[in-house]
Design a protein around this ligand. Structure first.
Ligand SMILES: [Zn+2]
Length: 288
């Protein structure tokens, strides 16, 4: 049986990503996180599909009702940090504080914090920040989905496995059955010697739907493809900044196509939360 996909959504505002955040004054930061997240939730609800929501703590603190709706509709709540600072700018101590602040914000919204999954802002888990895995484990997290197993402009880990594994403490790219954290890398297709990112965000917006679905179909014979999008990608009226041309291309390409592509992919392949897929496959013990 082919696997379902695991769609995930990094619940942050349009001014959080690295290419944008230093160019936005807080006074002009109109929030669109609610509009984008509600569009995603409506689409999933209409299809009976469930997914993982890596929520930013700042968003959970400001929009507790949104967190409650995500959980109430059967989706998985997971952690995208507190402030969206990448791991490159954190120390083990400040990262631990981010995780604790996130948990406090989710407890404020839900009364409890069920999160065991983490995704680093800007896929910033790489060979230089692998110390984060130990902190995650100590803070009660059990899986991570931050490895982008291909080096691209801003991030990525060349040589990392494409499938689910447990990173060794001394080498993020090596499987060690005793590793404390399960890694669920985002989907990268292999075409002979080539690796092609198909997981989401810019790549999902840029690639034609037929090519995307073909790549997803191949990956899911072997493992559940981990896909991702952001709420700001689902709001075509996103505030536009005068970014350098390459950054504008990556940030604004094909925003109008995202909800349609998301709907078509979920219609064709179904979607389950990452935690559930990891439990079904025996990578995580089921919740008690
Ligand atoms: Zn993010």
């Amino acid at each position: 049986m082919p696997h379902p996909v695991c769609f995930s959504f990094d619940i942050e505002d349009w001014f959080h990503p690295e290419l944008v955040r230093d160019r936005v004054a807080p006074s002009e930061a109109r929030s669109i996180v609610r509009e984008g997240t509600e569009a995603i939730l409506d689409l999933l609800r209409a299809r009976n599909a469930r997914a993982t929501f890596f929520v930013l703590g700042e968003v959970a603190a400001r929009h507790p009702d949104l967190v409650r709706r995500i959980a109430f509709e059967g989706h998985e709540i997971a952690c995208h940090g507190m402030t969206h600072r990448p791991l490159w700018r954190l120390t083990p101590e400040s990262f631990r504080q981010e995780l604790r602040d996130f948990r406090a914000a989710v407890r404020g919204a839900l009364g409890a914090d069920p999160s065991i999954g983490f995704r680093a802002p800007t896929f910033s888990l790489d060979r230089t920040t692998a110390w984060a895995l130990g902190v995650l484990s100590e803070e009660g997290f059990r899986y991570d989905s931050s490895v982008f197993p291909l080096r691209v402009r801003l991030y990525g880990v060349d040589g990392a496995p494409l499938g689910i594994y447990r990173p060794a403490s001394d080498d993020l790219t090596r499987h060690d059955a005793a590793g404390p954290i399960v890694e669920f890398p985002v989907a990268v297709a292999s075409l002979g010697p080539l690796r092609l990112p198909v997981a989401g965000g810019f790549y999902l917006r840029a690639l034609p739907l037929g090519l995307l679905c073909g790549a997803i179909e191949r990956i899911r014979r072997d493992r559940p493809p981990a896909l991702y999008l952001h709420p700001w990608e689902c709001v075509p009226s996103l505030p536009r900044l005068a970014l350098p041309p390459a950054d504008a291309f990556v940030t604004y390409l094909n925003l109008g196509s995202v909800l349609r592509k998301l709907g078509r992919i979920v219609d064709r392949f179904a979607s389950v939360p990452m935690r559930e897929a990891l439990e079904r496959l025996g990578h995580l013990a089921p919740a008690a």
